[in-house]
Design a binder for this molecule. Structure first.
Ligand code: IPE
Ligand code: IPE
Ligand code: MG
Length: 263
């Protein structure tokens, strides 16, 4: 996408416009991954039950997906539910599942309209059957789309993903001598996709929480204090502007030309 096309979507004179003008559209991150955190604190700040934070977080998801697609980001991965999140109260988990189902049902048309291809990464087999059904439907309906790849990490764990990849490598009968980084990556949930260039975490927490452990080896990390339900297009643009100021050295002594975004 170009700046001109993007500006058609944002309000003239808005902070989004100012930020968009600072973005170099030729060096966008190819893959942006987001740890959506802070829903519970957002609700607590308003003396509301935690689930209200999750409910409000849906608007932020909508905005992040549409803004990313309009910017021309190749892959967007959102961390929605970790393998560790089952430790939460049953009622919170079931509300999260219901919200997810509703989101998929309501947003499928928007995904189709914006040419977005949807995929679940994680262990969907352990999710409730009605949620699985909705996920499979969204994946099937959007599978022919050629625009942005939108991954949702659900019942996802970075270590679990590497274990699953190792099991599938063995099941596929790959000889040990042939196992290298490229071959192993072909068995990850994200096979065929570029690694994240930019990892965003909201709510100020400085940790990775078992997200995309393999893929973020050289991702640039940007943390914002904004709580997820307050996250909007302008925060994404802030993250991209910050990312474009980084030197990506990949272990060398100077950034390779074209390192940012271009893979
Ligand atoms: C992120 O918000 C949503 C999920 C992990 C599903 P949290 O629910 O973790 O909110 P905080 O971190 O408790 O504020
Ligand atoms: C990370 O948030 C998981 C998701 C965003 C789905 P958590 O709130 O579960 O992470 P911790 O517990 O703060 O590390
Ligand atoms: Mg949290």
């Amino acid at each position: 996408m170009s700046l001109e096309q993007f500006l058609e979507w944002v309000s003239p004179g808005s902070p989004e416009e100012t930020l968009a003008r600072q973005v170099d559209f030729d060096r966008l991150p190819t893959h942006v991954a987001i740890i959506m955190d802070g829903n519970g604190r957002w609700a607590a700040n308003r003396r509301l039950p935690r689930v209200e934070g999750h409910r409000a977080g849906i608007d932020a998801v909508r905005d992040a997906v549409e803004a990313s697609a309009r910017l021309g980001i190749g892959v967007l991965t959102l961390y929605a539910f970790s393998v560790e999140n089952w430790k939460r109260p049953r009622s919170e988990v079931s509300t999260l599942m219901t919200l997810l189902k509703r989101y998929l049902r309501l947003e499928l048309d928007t995904l189709l309209r914006n040419d977005i291809r949807f995929k679940v990464i994680g262990r969907p087999d352990e999710l409730p059957p009605d949620v699985r059904e909705e996920l499979t439907r969204a994946e099937a309906r959007t599978s022919g789309n050629a625009g942005m790849q939108f991954n949702i990490a659900l019942n996802y764990g970075g270590r679990a993903e590497i274990v699953d990849a190792a099991r599938r490598l063995i099941e596929a009968g790959v000889p040990a001598a042939e196992v290298d980084e490229k071959r192993l990556a072909d068995f990850l949930y994200t096979a065929g996709q570029p690694d994240p260039d930019l990892l965003i975490r909201t709510s100020g927490e400085m940790r990775v929480s078992n997200f995309l452990l393999w893929q973020i080896a050289y991702a640039e990390i940007w943390v914002t204090d904004t709580l997820w339900p307050d996250f909007r297009c302008r925060h994404l643009l802030e993250g991209i502007v910050a990312y474009q100021k980084r030197d990506r050295r990949y272990g060398g002594i100077e950034p390779p030309r074209q390192a940012i975004g271009a893979k």
